[in-house]
Design a protein around this ligand. Structure first.
Ligand code: UD1
Ligand code: UDP
Length: 363
């Protein structure tokens, strides 16, 4: 019997986490219908980004676009429900913690379609983060919960989720990282950005708690501007950040190189060569750990504690002076010698996820 499922994606991190799972399911003959909610729609975040990851053209795009949380989630929910009714499936696959992730889970559970969640169990404990709500709701209604690390499994157990539904498969984002890094000419990417032989900091900032607060964003840029006097600062900017800079008339200090969002291959090439990364991204904390590149996370919490406990990540908080101190201290430290090895962050998580999914489909 041929198995089939609906995979839902919507925003940049979804594509990176889902690509290896889609590829492994395809290799096992599972028929996958791919639905893009359209939460992200710029070429650099969606169209071109998806292509570089080798994901097939989605079968449908709901074009929900930007909006309030309610508008975006509701539009995705309605569209996914319609799609599931028109194309009945054995299961629904969703990944990560964005609004499209939760909308997909809710649409499926109401139709009694089993939900599979890639990257289950991460918890920041911070309900101010929209992603935390998405994580908890998605996990609560999922039938198969695929975890990246043991702490995520423990979080689910603490919430009373039966361990029969939980599988530790590892980190599918790292499969994408290894695959793309293998195929990219790092020297060429460095040369394109005039960074050959130079130390530099790679920065990404997009969390609403920072970028939607003009004073906080301005203060962060001041610190980065000071850092740029000693170390080139490269900042591929998320459109939310660009919109806030323009809307808030925020001054970007000279020396900070603002770029368009980069495609994944080029981004990980720079990430792997950076002297340090400064970020509020979830995925970047994990990637930098695997690459052995020091990461300063400009947040008060992380849902990825393993990157701090076993990796190269430091949670610096949100005081710009602490960021300045941490970056200064990092500059004078010797660069880490060898990347830490996190169990199951080995480039084979996609096939393990597919195996667990196929057991569910065969039931
Ligand atoms: C979303 C996710 C966040 C994730 C991030 C990854 C939620 C609640 N947030 O945040 O968890 O870390 O994606 O990148 O799901 N915009 C564009 N073009 C686009 C998409 C967005 O210009 O293609 C701009 C619009 O001004 C929009 C803003 O970015 O209002 C925010 O987009 P949205 O999808 O609401 O959230 P993100 O900040 O991208
Ligand atoms: N990323 C990229 N180009 C960029 C910025 C980020 O390819 O210009 C990658 C990065 O490697 C990250 C992934 O996109 O792991 C998705 O991350 P994002 O930071 O947007 O979301 P989060 O992980 O915080 O949810």
């Amino acid at each position: 019997m041929t198995h089939s499922l609906l995979a839902v994606v919507g925003a940049r991190p979804n594509f990176v986490k889902m690509a290896p799972v889609l590829s492994a399911l395809g290799a096992n003959g599972v028929e996958v219908r791919l639905l893009h909610t359209g939460q992200h729609y710029d070429k650099a975040l969606s169209g071109e980004f998806i292509k570089r990851l080798g994901i097939a053209e989605p079968d449908a795009n709901l074009e929900v676009g930007s909006g309030s949380h309610g508008e975006q989630t509701a539009a995705a929910l309605v569209g996914i429900e319609r799609d599931l009714r028109a194309h009945p499936q054995q299961a629904l696959l969703t990944a990560g913690d964005v609004n499209s992730t939760m909308a997909a889970a809710l649409a499926a559970v109401k139709l009694r379609v089993p939900v599979v969640h890639v990257e289950s169990g991460l918890r920041s404990g911070d309900w101010e983060m929209p992603e935390e709500v998405n994580r908890v709701v998605t996990d609560r209604v999922s039938e198969l919960l695929l975890c990246t690390s043991a702490d995520a499994v423990e979080n689910l157990a603490a919430e009373g989720i039966s361990d029969e539904r939980v599988r530790l498969v590892g980190n599918t984002m790292i499969d994408s990282l290894f695959r793309l890094l293998e195929g990219v000419d790092r020297a060429q990417v460095l040369a394109a950005h005039e960074l050959e032989g130079r130390r530099f900091a790679l920065v990404t900032l997009h969390r609403p708690s920072l970028v939607d607060d003009a004073a906080a964003l301005s203060a962060a840029f001041k610190v980065l501007g000071e850092l740029a006097k000693d170390l080139p600062v490269v900042l591929p900017a998320h459109p939310r950040t660009v919109a806030r800079i323009e809307g808030g008339a925020i001054e970007v200090p000279e020396g900070i190189r603002m770029l368009e969002p980069m495609d994944y291959g080029d981004f990980v090439a720079l990430e792997s060569e950076a002297r340090m990364v400064i970020t509020d991204s979830g995925g970047v904390q994990e990637e930098s750990t695997v690459l052995g590149v020091p990461c300063l996370t400009f947040r008060t919490t992380t849902e990825r504690p393993i990157t701090v406990e076993q990796g190269t990540n430091t949670l610096v908080g949100v005081n710009p002076l602490d960021l300045a101190r941490a970056a200064g201290a990092e500059m004078v430290k010797p660069a880490p010698q060898r990347p830490p090895e996190i169990p199951l962050w080995d480039g084979q998580a996609g096939p393990r996820a597919a195996e667990a999914i196929m057991e569910l489909l065969a039931d």
